[in-house]
Structures are given as structure tokens and as C-alpha cells.
Ligand binder design. Sequence first.
Ligand SMILES: *[C@@H]1O[C@H](CO)[C@@H](O)[C@H](O)[C@H]1NC(C)=O
Ligand SMILES: *[C@@H]1O[C@H](CO)[C@@H](O)[C@H](O)[C@H]1NC(C)=O
Ligand SMILES: *[C@@H]1O[C@H](CO)[C@@H](O)[C@H](O)[C@H]1NC(C)=O
Ligand SMILES: *[C@@H]1O[C@H](CO)[C@@H](O)[C@H](O)[C@H]1NC(C)=O
Ligand SMILES: *[C@@H]1O[C@H](CO)[C@@H](O)[C@H](O)[C@H]1NC(C)=O
Ligand SMILES: *[C@@H]1O[C@H](CO)[C@@H](O)[C@H](O)[C@H]1NC(C)=O
Ligand SMILES: *[C@@H]1O[C@H](CO)[C@@H](O)[C@H](O)[C@H]1NC(C)=O
Ligand SMILES: *[C@@H]1O[C@H](CO)[C@@H](O)[C@H](O)[C@H]1NC(C)=O
Ligand SMILES: *[C@@H]1O[C@H](CO)[C@@H](O)[C@H](O)[C@H]1NC(C)=O
Ligand SMILES: *[C@@H]1O[C@H](CO)[C@@H](O)[C@H](O)[C@H]1NC(C)=O
Length: 876
Amino acid sequence: MGLSSLALFIFIFMALFSLTHSSPPMCHGDDSSALLQFKQSFFTPVYDFDKCQFKLASWTLELNKSDCCSWDGVECDDNTGRVIGLDLSSSCLFGSINSSSSLFRLVHLQRLNLAYNSFFSSSIPPQVLSVGANAGLTGYLPNFTWSSPLQTLYLARTSFSGELPASMGNLSFLTWLYIRECNFSGSIPSSLGNLTKLTTLLLSYNSFVGNIPHSLGNLLQLSYLEMSCTQLTGQVPFRLVNLPQLSYLDLSYNLLSGEIKFENVTQLSIIGLNNNQLTGPVTFGPMNLTNLRVLDLAVNKIHGQISNSIFNLKNLQVLYLFKNYFNGTLEFDEFLKLKHLYELDISGNQLSLLIKETSANATLQKFQLLGFSSCNLSEVPNFIRSQHELKHLNLSNNKIHGQVPEWMWNTSTTSLGVLDLSNNLLAGFSQHPIIFPWTSLQFLDLRSNFLQGSLPVPPVSTLHFYISNNSLTGNIPELFCNLSSLEVLDLANNNLSGSLPRCFDNFGASLSVLDLRRNKFQGSIPKTWIRGSQLKIINFSQNKFQGQLPRLLAECTMLKVLDLSDNQFNDMFPFWLGHLPNLKVLMLRSNKFNGPMETPQTYFYKFPNIRILDISNNDFMGKLPLRLFENWKAKKFEDEHVLTYIHENSDFQTKSSYWFVSTAQAYTYSMVMTNKGNNVFYEKVQEVFTAIDFSSNGFVGEIPESIGNLKGAQLLNLSNNALTGHIPSSLGNLTELEALDLSQNKLSGEIPEQLIQLTFLEFLNVSRNILIGSIPQGRQFDTFENSSFDGNPRLCGRPLTRKCENSNEPPSQASISQESQDSRSLFEFGWKIVAIGYGFGFVVGVIIGRIVIARKHDWLMKTLRIRPLGGKRRRN
Ligand SMILES: *[C@@H]1O[C@H](CO)[C@@H](O)[C@H](O)[C@H]1NC(C)=O
Ligand SMILES: *[C@@H]1O[C@H](CO)[C@@H](O)[C@H](O)[C@H]1NC(C)=O
Ligand SMILES: *[C@@H]1O[C@H](CO)[C@@H](O)[C@H](O)[C@H]1NC(C)=O
Ligand SMILES: *[C@@H]1O[C@H](CO)[C@@H](O)[C@H](O)[C@H]1NC(C)=O
Ligand SMILES: *[C@@H]1O[C@H](CO)[C@@H](O)[C@H](O)[C@H]1NC(C)=O
Ligand SMILES: *[C@@H]1O[C@H](CO)[C@@H](O)[C@H](O)[C@H]1NC(C)=O
Ligand SMILES: *[C@@H]1O[C@H](CO)[C@@H](O)[C@H](O)[C@H]1NC(C)=O
Ligand SMILES: *[C@@H]1O[C@H](CO)[C@@H](O)[C@H](O)[C@H]1NC(C)=O
Ligand SMILES: *[C@@H]1O[C@H](CO)[C@@H](O)[C@H](O)[C@H]1NC(C)=O
Ligand SMILES: *[C@@H]1O[C@H](CO)[C@@H](O)[C@H](O)[C@H]1NC(C)=O
């Protein structure tokens, strides 16, 4: 996060610092021909583009310009006239450099800067250039088989790729090596350890693998080392981190493990080891580490106590230890030994933090960031009373109870940007009326407390306001309409009531998430609400809203989720939402929606991205609206196995002295849906979850064969309608189905054999129809119970007691165990029991029953759709 920004800053500074100055002597013929040949290997983009410095344009043999020492970006030696420096940074070079490039004939070159020749900004009209996705400077480093005087090499942000050649060890004059943000791969050659003049080494943002070579411990002049965001593994060499001149060390975002001892590092001022796999202690020797300002060990696996040696780092200003496995009890006073500390984050460990009353001595220290999440605190630490420069305060996941103390209203009133008090036992605020005082506040999280009373009003600066899962009562105050910057408003699961404020019309131009789920709101949604909206998730479910839907919803082109379940909306089906390109979840269940669902001719667009459609328990009628799904993108379902949930990320930055502290928060959508006969609360909803519920309406007519097009559907519920005709055999094509409910209709005919192809099917209900004939046998059908088939007087065969005449023998044991191989791991268990169970009748039924119950508890796991190792189940 931060270290890299700092590095970038230093990099730019140094890059500017090193800009060349040209000098008068005549240029050497070999050099100018090498340069011209180099120029020819690039094509000149035809457009005029502000950010490019077309340095190569001045490279020409025209009469009075032929001295290559006068060319842009070329630097010659004052005495010999040989080219010693080439600065082609930000020159919009498009082309490729390989090891036979004439560039490498410039044998006196000491400085080479090709940095920033990759992508500029999207203001390049895509790709006008026709150089493919890899526009920019690509290339490989040559084998350096000559002894080169090269001192600085900048390739930052180019598209150079391949491995670093071992022969780089021959560039023995190299002092600065910048190959940040390229596409290099392979391991870091140990020969870099021969570059003993190196002072600065930047290798970040490449795809290096393997260990950090021990030989780098020979780089006694190295003061600036940055190898973050690569994929380095193994231990960090002791000698490397203890190099005598090292002042900046950034190894963050790798896979480094083990422990680290700093012993002799008097120059070190910044250490970034965050986001690795370090397990052991990170300790500091007795030397005076008076220069150390920043220590970031966050997001590792360091366990045990926090090393006492950290408290000797007298000049430490920033200490990040969050998200490790530190445990034990810790006195806050220990940190007060660090008199200059102003950013401290120890969140997300297993620590109990003891803060004494007398820690008021902390008044001497002006903290800007305090992260005490999961620190077993029982009250808001008193010393915070005297903190007036806090920008970021995280006290979430503690046991803070009672009222938020009154003095909070006087702390850090102008500076505080992030306040997180979520997941505590807070009962309310001692201040009334509740208008928060912090004028710079952007993020306020009060979720999951026991807050009572009326809804507090956050400052107008607020971007994200979370206060769900509390016991708030009363209306949404009109003052909310002033919150013009609000992006996320989460009021779910309170006891709020009343109509939306009249001023709501003006509200929410920047809202992307509005969650009012599970309150007692009533009245209709203002017709003119929502103008050119950014809204992505709207959740009004479980309230008492009435009336028609505002037609302006059709302008929310970013809308992903619209959940209106469990209200009293009274309207036709919103076909007019069918053109929304991103709408993925549409929940209308349990309202008073009505009318036919035949798609009117005038609507061409048909919900191109819909995944979850629940219109159950309304008064819809007519034929099943399968035409809605004509654009159902079956193909998309094939490769999506990523376990992500429907959510909205929000990322905002607060500035500290060293970097921008980025606060990433995610709002996650939750919903209620009927699954396998139960109302299920999905705390998170997987992006790939696919479900259709048309149950409990007045649908008539047959289920068309085209239902087999709904590939990828996991839940399909058509129960409690007046559907007639046969069960279509094409249902057997919906191989992802986990639950199929056709109960309480007037379906006739036999249950198609094809349904036994549904190997994920965990729940089947065809009860209370007029089906006839024998129940298909084998596979999943052996796990279903009587209740799946009840109420069809002419249906016969297992599990019903009614025997079929001329019934077939049950399938052999062998065929069952064969089939079980391609069912999911979750299911193999069930299968085995069934296979064993043939001889045992009743007992098996009981066992299966228990498994089914256990699965209900395993809900999360189910919704994750965990697949067996070894990849995809084969279809058959
Ligand atoms: C030299 O270049 C300048 C412009 O850079 C031009 O005005 C002048 O005519 C040129 N002289 C000759 C002899 O070409
Ligand atoms: C290097 O690139 C040049 C063109 O830039 C090409 O003619 C030459 O064949 C390439 N050599 C190798 C070894 O790829
Ligand atoms: C460098 O030399 C090695 C063999 O010594 C060879 O395999 C490799 O291809 C060469 N690399 C380049 C870029 O010429
Ligand atoms: C360094 O250069 C010499 C020639 O000067 C060459 O023989 C040697 O192979 C190079 N070293 C490496 C590691 O490539
Ligand atoms: C360093 O250079 C020496 C010769 O100067 C050579 O023998 C050695 O192999 C090189 N080391 C590495 C790691 O390349
Ligand atoms: C610490 O560094 C100094 C000088 O750089 C050196 O003389 C001394 O031996 C080192 N001590 C240890 C324990 O490495
Ligand atoms: C650390 O510095 C203090 C004074 O600044 C000095 O008295 C002490 O000896 C130093 N300790 C070491 C181990 O160098
Ligand atoms: C801390 O964790 C270590 C294991 O890493 C364990 O041995 C020790 O008992 C724990 N201490 C406390 C106080 O929980
Ligand atoms: C804390 O403050 C008290 C007086 O309020 C003082 O006696 C004590 O020495 C201070 N402690 C430290 C560690 O500064
Ligand atoms: C079902 O799949 C079979 C073969 O995979 C195919 O022939 C048939 O047309 C499909 N039916 C439907 C309705 O998709």
C-alpha cells in the first residue's frame, strides 16, 4: 500500500534529478549510427499526444543537427564525445528491443533510462495504434558479455519481459537499477550480488519466483531496496536485512516466510515486510536503531508475544502489526515508550490491550491513526479524550459497552476521517440530538451494536455510513437529505419506521448502495426519486412499502441488485427494467404484484444478466414468462468458479505523512429466499448463484420444453401454481440443479427418466400433482423421501410403499458406485450411505434424514458450491 507510493515518489524524484544535460563536443560516428538504427526499429505514432516527449524526432542527420550529442535525451562525455547517457523516458516508444539491438553497441553508456514507455493513459485512442494489447516498449535484456560502464539502468514501467540474465553480474559499475513494474519473470540471478556498487535496487511489481539470493547480502553500498509485489518465497537472508547502508527496505506483498533478526542496521529508516507469510518473531538487536521511523509487519502469521525489542525503537513513528497471530496481554504503556509514535495499528490479533487511566500521559503523544480492533477493550480508551489529531480510529470488534462517552464529541473534530465502532455492545450516545461533530468524517461504521433511540445524522462529508443491526427507532430525519456525498447507506435490521422523507427526491446523487432491509418503513417510494443515479444495490426488503415502483429506476443503468421482497408493492411486473445491462438479482417475492407476465412486444431487452429472479408469492398469472430468459447467457456459467460474493467495494484514502492510508471496505448483499422448502437467510450471496422462483402465483398452462435452456440454474421453484401438462424431459438438461420444486400444480403424466441425470439434485418435490407411473430409480432418486412424491395417487415405486406392476429391478450396486464418482464430495457421503443401505431399509432412511438436516446447517458451505478437488464434474 503505502511503501510503494513512497517508493514511486522517490523514484520520480530521482528520475527528475538524473535528467541529462548535454554538452558541446562532436559525437562519435559509431554512436550516431547506432542511435539512428535504434530509432528505425520503432515506428512513430502518427497522433499528437501531449504526454509524449518525442525525443526521437530530433534524431536526424539534417545539416546543422547531425551532432548526436545535441539530440534530445542524448548525453555525451565532455572530453571524448562518446554517448554516455540516454534518457528516453516517457517517449512513447512503441516497438521492441532485443539483445541484438543497436542500443547495446553504445559501449560507453553509463546511464540508460527507458522508463515509462508503456501505457500512458486511456487517452490514447485504443489502440489508433494497432500494436495490440501490449502497446509500448517491449524487450529482453541482452547477455552482457562485455564489461559495460553502465551505471544506471531504468526500465520502470516498460513491457520488458523474460528473465534477468545472469550476465547482469558483469555490469559491475551499476549503481542504480530500476526495473519496477515490468514483466520480468524467473528467479533473481544470484550474480546481482556482484554488483557491489549498487546503491538502489528496485525490482517491485514483476513476477519473480524463488528465493531472494543470499549473495545480495554482498551489496554493502545498498541503501534502497524494493522487491515488493513479486512472488518471492523462502526466508529473508539475514545479511541482506542487516546491510550497513540499508535505509529503505520494502519486501511487502511476497510469500516470504520464517523469522527475521535485525541486528546492525543503524541506517534503516523504513521497513516494509507486510503481507507475507512470516511466522517467526521479528526482533531487533541492541544497536541503537535511532533512524527507524516506519515498521510494517501487518498481515503475516507472526505468533506469540510482540517482541519487546520493538519498544526500544525510540524514534518509531509508524507501527503496523495488524492481522497477525500475536497473543497475550499487552500494556498500552509499552507503546508510550515510543514518544514519536503517531500511527499504531495492532488490530486483528489475539491480544488483550490493557489501558490504564494514567495512560493519560499519552496526551503528550498526538496519534493520527489508532487501530485497536479485536483488542478485548471494554470501553473507549480514556486517553483518546485528549487526542485532537486523529484521522483514523478503529475500535471495532471489542466489548465496548454503555454509551459512547460525551467527550468523544470534542475529540479530533476537524481531523477524524474514519471511525469504526462496529461489533461492540454500545447502547447509545450520551449526546442529543445526535448530530456527529466530525467535519472531515468519510467513513462511519456503527454496525452490530445495541444502539437505541433515533437515527444519528452523520456529517455532510460522510461517504459511507453503516448502522445496520441495531435497535434504532423513529424516522429517517430530513437532515439526511443534506448528505450529498453519501455512497453507502446501510440502515438494515433496525426498528426504523415512517415514510421516506419528502426531501428524498434530492437525495443520493452519489449513492451506490442503499440498504433499508428489515425495518418498518412504509408509504411509497417518491416517484421522482433517482436521477442519473449511481445506484448498484437497492435493498428495500422486509418493510411495509406500498404503491408502484418509481419508473425512474429504469435509469439506474448500474443497478445490480433490486430487492423489494416482503413489502406491499402493488404494480405490474417491471418489464421496463429489462434493458438494465447489469441487473443480476431481482427480488419481488411476497408483495402484491399482479397481472400477466407475458412479455409485451414493446420490450426488446430481456434481462440480459439476470441470475436470481424471485417473483414468488404474488398475484401474477398467465403463462410462465420464460421469454424473459431468451438472453440467458448459459455460456457464462461455465468457467465461473471463483468464490466471490455480491458486494460493493469502497476504497478511500486518508493521507498520512508517509503515504495514503487506504481503507478498503466492502458492503455485502444478503437476502432471504426459499430453498428446499425452507426460508433461508443468505448472509452472503455468491456471484454465480442462480435461482428462479415463480412459486405461489396463478401461472397456468404447460411448462415449455424450452425450460431446458435455463442452463446453470441451481434452484427452480414453480410450486403452488396451476400448471398443467407433463413435466418436460428437458429439465434433465439443467445439470446444475440442486433443488427442483414442482409441487402443488396439476402436472400429469410420468416423471421423466431424464431427471436422474441431475446429479447435484438434493431436493425434489413433485408432491400434490396428478402424476402417474413409476418413480425413476437410481442416483439422487434413491435419496428422496416419500414427501417428495406424496399426493399423487397414481404414482408408484420406491420410496412410496405403493408397488408398481411390472416394476423393474432396482439398479445394481455396481452402477451406483460408478455414478457416485462424478458427484460432488459433499455428496459422496450421502451416496455411500445409500449404496450400503440397500439391505437395511428403514435404518438407512433415518440416517439419510439426519444428513439432510446436517446439510441445512451447512448452509454456507452449500452456497459456496464447493467442488471436489480434481476439477469439474463431467456431464453424462
Ligand atoms: C540551422 O537550424 C536553424 C533552426 O534550428 C535554422 O534556422 C537554420 O537555417 C539552420 N541552418 C542551416 C545551415 O541549415
Ligand atoms: C532483433 O530485432 C530485429 C528488429 O528489431 C530483428 O531484425 C532481429 O531479427 C531480432 N533478433 C533477434 C535475435 O530476435
Ligand atoms: C544468453 O545466453 C544464454 C546462454 O549462455 C542463452 O541461453 C540465452 O538465450 C541468451 N540470452 C539472450 C537474451 O541472448
Ligand atoms: C561476463 O563477461 C564475460 C566477457 O567479458 C563473459 O565471458 C562472461 O560469461 C560474462 N559473465 C556472465 C556471468 O555472463
Ligand atoms: C562474481 O564475479 C566473480 C568474478 O569476478 C565470479 O567468479 C563469480 O562467479 C561471480 N559471482 C556471481 C554470483 O556471479
Ligand atoms: C556492525 O557493523 C559494523 C560496521 O558496519 C561492523 O564493524 C560490525 O562488525 C557489525 N556488527 C555485527 C554484529 O554485525
Ligand atoms: C545507544 O545510544 C546511547 C546514547 O544515545 C548510548 O549511551 C548507548 O551506548 C547506545 N547503545 C548502543 C548499544 O550503541
Ligand atoms: C500464545 O500462542 C502460543 C503459540 O503460538 C502459545 O504457546 C501460548 O500459550 C499463547 N499464549 C497465550 C497467552 O495465549
Ligand atoms: C505520567 O504522568 C504522571 C503524572 O501525571 C507522572 O508522575 C509520570 O511520571 C508519568 N509517566 C510517564 C511514563 O511519563
Ligand atoms: C437437452 O440436451 C440434449 C442433449 O444434450 C439435446 O439434444 C436437447 O435438445 C436438449 N434439450 C433442451 C430443451 O435443451
